[in-house]
Write a protein that binds this ligand. Structure first.
Ligand code: ZN
Length: 187
């Protein structure tokens, strides 16, 4: 089964997206889900700001770029990839508490978080809202490496996979996709 699905950010900038993809596995081949990431479109001066903060090693809560907020209606499409990886042996539940984990590609670190926010409505009741986000940070390194990455980013470099290199989820990583789905079901 070959499949490609796009997970577009809640911000509705359709270039801000996570892409998951599978290739038809041959019989004895391990199943792999390939992923890539497209960051939000920024004007040059904002790009320069992001690049400078990275260059000086400034860590930001939302990573080096804006957080991608996954949409609850995409839960089922994402679950398909978890089932593809583990053969559907485990079920996805609905997250009951906030969580956080990371995964990486060769070039970047991805922070995945389910967070909740509470706010007061006009009638005085408290409303809780959940948010499933994926934030990307360029990997830290020495100043030469950071210069190289910042220059590459500013020059508008893109790989054939997206804005960066691609990452892979193997069958052992199915749980990561499942927790993202469970987070989305809580939203
Ligand atoms: Zn966005």
């Amino acid at each position: 089964m070959e499949k490609t699905e796009f997970f577009i950010c809640k911000c509705h900038d359709i270039s801000h997206q996570l892409v998951l993809e599978t290739l038809e596995p041959t019989e004895d081949e391990e199943r792999v889900v390939y992923g890539c990431f497209h960051i939000v479109h920024l004007e040059f001066w904002d790009k320069l700001k992001s690049a400078t903060k990275y260059l000086f090693g400034r860590k930001r809560k939302d990573g080096d770029f804006d957080a991608l907020l996954l949409r609850p209606e995409d839960a089922d499409r994402m679950e398909w990839f978890a089932n593809f990886l583990d053969g559907g042996v485990s079920a996805t539940d609905k997250a009951v508490a906030p969580f956080y984990f990371t995964f990486s590609s060769k070039e970047n670190v991805y922070d995945v978080a389910l967070e909740f926010y509470q706010y007061k409505l006009n009638d005085g009741s408290i409303q809780t809202e959940y948010e499933m986000s994926v934030c990307v940070s360029l990997k830290p390194g020495n100043i030469l490496y950071r210069l190289y990455r910042a220059a590459k980013y500013l020059s508008g470099y893109r790989s054939c996979y997206g804005d960066f290199d691609s990452f892979e989820f193997l069958p052992v990583d199915a749980a990561k996709l499942r927790s993202m789905v469970s987070g989305l079901r809580a939203c």
